[in-house]
Ligand binder design. Structure first.
Ligand SMILES: *Cc1c(COP(=O)(O)O)cnc(C)c1O
Length: 474
């Protein structure tokens, strides 16, 4: 007996000659062509037809599928127009997460970007005189007011600020750094490499755990261009340690006529202990201690866009501003607009905790997060059962971006576990969460997936996606 013809059982197979011509497909999809133009739609239609032809030749294509070709093409074109960079839900418990875009912009900064970027603006135009202006002029007074500096400028990020500061002040000369502060940040930013890229000769002083004032004093010579302090933001040296603070170092540097620069990394502009958070060194305190230049990031604790802020004395900032590399590292108008709006929020410190998302999330009371965890636990459980169990748990959030690496913030969230014998691993759940329209990112902890709810201000970002999650798990 012959095997039954498969086409009778499963529907008819398509052969390559059943495929429509490209012109015909484009005519059938006139609406998509009208919206997106011929170039993109034809390219995607060709790719779609190539794929179908290969499957037809392999005997894997059903005729019925060809009827769905217009929908398949529309979906392909829509997917091509979908940006690869998209919003995600940060349930990692790390508030300033470098991989997830660091600080969230305040509404004021978002509005400013939206209002200014589609319009000509006075970025480098002096409205008072009607002549060419300098973008720094728009922001310098404000930065000086907030930090007590004589002068200020901004560049692309703090790494650029450090590179530029060293190049402008120590290029062709020696820069002295403590061995305890030769940091690596984010993989590619290593202080010794930055020194050589800036054209300065690194002079290491002290030891990994202890550096004394006499170490700096002994290293100063006529070749010295700069003394650099680096805030060891992403690690902590504990135990038998000694370092020389800026207030002690400044007189030593100045007695030798050498400027002192400090890289604060995060650099909060307000005292975080006001809100019960661990204190972080302030640029204004570093300037008061005698630093000639202080650099810090725009998108860490400051809560703004990516930027490198440079504040200090007129002489030092003047040299930095005139250095040719400055033009290559300047801050683009887009983050510039966001930075100015963010800095203006610091003029009203009483409102900061509402206005700045970073500060709002860092200060979110644990009780509030716990209440959210209790409310969401049964809802999430209903979506993932019976394969996974869900329980509300107390957690410890991190500030992130190397800020205060050993400090933890009491938080709360959900712990999800795979239920034995239900056939789905925790990996499958993690992958399904990442595949949601707005990917949900948690953190794995042994056999648990932890969803820290500190950064979930709008629970609907999670709950609205639960039906899709349930579907993808079944
Ligand atoms: C984060 C950091 C930098 C780099 O700042 P970016 O703004 O990310 O370029 C440099 N130094 C220290 C100490 C830091 O913590």
């Amino acid at each position: 007996m012959n095997a039954p013809d498969e086409s009778v059982v499963h529907g008819s197979k398509a052969s390559p000659k059943d495929l429509p011509a490209l012109d015909r497909v484009l005519r059938d999809c006139a609406g998509v062509v009208a919206e997106h133009g011929h170039t993109l739609v034809a390219r995607e239609a060709r790719a779609l037809l190539d794929g179908l032809r290969a499957r037809a030749i392999a005997g894997e294509l059903m005729l019925a599928e060809l009827a769905l070709l217009p929908q398949a093409l529309a979906a392909r074109v829509a997917a091509r127009m979908q940006p690869a960079m998209r919003p995600v839900v940060n349930l990692t418990g790390t508030v300033i997460h470098t991989n997830l875009g660091r600080a969230l912009l305040a509404d004021a900064a978002l509005h400013q970007v939206l209002a200014l970027m589609g319009s000509p603006n006075n970025l480098e135009y002096d409205l008072a005189s009607g002549s060419r202006g300098d973008r720094d002029d728009l922001i310098e007074d404000l930065l000086c007011e907030l930090t007590g500096a004589e002068a200020a400028t901004v560049v692309n990020n703090n790494a650029a600020a450090v590179l530029l500061g060293i190049a402008a002040l120590a290029g062709g000369r020696e820069a002295i750094v403590s061995r305890g502060e030769l940091v690596e940040i984010g993989g590619a930013f290593r202080m010794p490499d930055v020194m050589s890229a800036a054209g300065a000769t690194l002079v290491e002083v002290g030891t990994t755990n202890r550096t004394h004032p006499r170490d700096y004093a002994g290293a100063i010579s006529p070749r010295t261009g700069l003394i650099v302090k680096v805030h060891t933001s992403n690690y902590a040296v504990q135990g038998f340690t000694a370092s020389v603070d800026e207030a002690t170092l400044a007189p030593i540097a100045h007695a030798a006529g050498v400027p002192l620069m400090t890289d604060l990394g995060s650099g909060a502009l307000v005292d975080l202990s006001t809100w019960g958070l661990p204190a972080e060194p302030l640029p204004q305190a570093m300037l008061a201690a005698g630093c000639d230049v202080v650099t810090f990031s725009g998108d860490k604790l400051l809560g703004g866009p990516q930027a490198g802020l440079i504040v200090g004395s007129k002489a030092a900032v003047g040299r930095i501003r005139k250095f040719p590399m400055k033009r290559a590292l300047r801050l683009s108008k887009l983050p510039f607009a966001a930075l100015e709006a963010t800095l203006r929020l610091y003029l009203r410190p009483e409102r900061l905790v509402q206005d700045l998302p970073t500060l709002r999330l860092l200060t979110r009371p644990q009780a509030q997060i716990q209440a959210l965890a209790a409310q969401l636990a049964p809802v999430v459980a209903a979506a993932v059962q019976p394969r996974f169990s869900v329980e509300p748990v107390a957690l410890q959030s991190q500030i992130g971006s190397g800020s205060l690496p050993v400090e933890r913030l009491p938080s709360a969230g959900l712990a999800l576990r795979a239920v034995d014998g239900r056939g789905r691993t925790l990996e499958a759940l993690v992958t399904a969460l990442r595949a949601l329209p707005r990917p949900v990112i948690g953190r794995l902890n042994d056999d648990r997936l932890l969803l820290d709810l500190r950064c979930l201000e709008d629970p609907a970002q999670l709950t609205s996606q639960l039906p899709a999650l349930t579907e993808s798990l079944t």
